[in-house]
Design a protein around this ligand. Structure first.
Ligand code: ZN
Length: 230
């Protein structure tokens, strides 16, 4: 969404260049020409106009109008995502989901897609739900595969359950992992049914331990024959 008449001087020109770039990109007010679109975005980028950085990032990722260059794509999209551009967050989120030009990171993907969805980027909610469903499935599989000994969470998820009632509560999502402003935590209910951060298991009393993410369990492959059994 262009902000009309907000930026003085250079940024005004940069925005006009951006709009012209969009015209070439979509063939709206000008014949479709990806190379020209890229030139416009580059000129606009040089003046610091962030939406052009996002468009250029997408073009470098797809190779439309420019030589494909993943490093540039990630850098440009990353800059735009840092400035909370919903479209950049969305595209970068999808790249993290698949591992295109970046190490595959589903946790990062779901955060970016959910953020884009929150800001109203069309379709991002569906993608966020899809990645979230995969992560939930994976986590549930991991939890079932692990011995019921300790209640452990990492910075991104629940890693292990302490007892069968806790396992069931986690699988049913009655108790959930949250990344709170105080750091990772488990959220359940207190005696009055109000949301409460748990410092121990309400069933067996095991304390919540914070541990490093266990990479071994991040594999998509089934690594334990008992996985999937309830
Ligand atoms: Zn327990």
């Amino acid at each position: 969404m262009p902000e009309e008449n907000v930026h003085p001087g250079d940024l005004d020109d940069a925005e006009k260049m951006y709009q012209l770039g969009l015209s070439y990109l979509y063939g709206t007010d000008a014949p479709k020409d990806y190379a020209k679109a890229a030139e416009c975005f580059k000129a606009s980028c040089a003046k610091g106009y962030m939406p052009s950085r996002r468009e250029l990032g997408i073009m470098y990722a797809s190779g439309q109008g420019v030589e494909p260059d993943m490093q540039k794509a990630i850098r440009y999209l990353g800059d735009a995502a840092d400035s909370l551009d919903p479209s950049a967050l969305y595209h970068l989120g999808l790249m993290y989901e698949v591992g295109t030009g970046v190490p595959k990171d589903m946790q990062k993907a779901v955060r970016m897609l959910a953020y884009a969805a929150e800001m109203g980027f069309p379709g991002a909610d569906v993608d966020a739900e899809r990645v979230d469903a995969v992560l939930t499935e994976q986590r549930n599989r991991n939890l079932r595969a692990r011995p019921l000994l300790k209640l452990q969470i990492s910075d991104v998820d629940v890693e292990a359950a302490c007892c069968k009632p806790m396992l069931d509560a986690l699988l049913a999502q009655d108790i959930v992992f949250i990344d709170s402003f105080k750091g990772p935590a488990l959220l359940g209910e207190d005696k009055d049914g109000m949301d409460a951060v748990l410092d121990r298991c309400p069933f067996c009393g095991a304390p919540v331990q914070i541990v490093p993410r266990d990479k071994k369990y991040r594999s998509d492959k089934r690594i334990n024959p008992h996985v999937g059994m309830t």
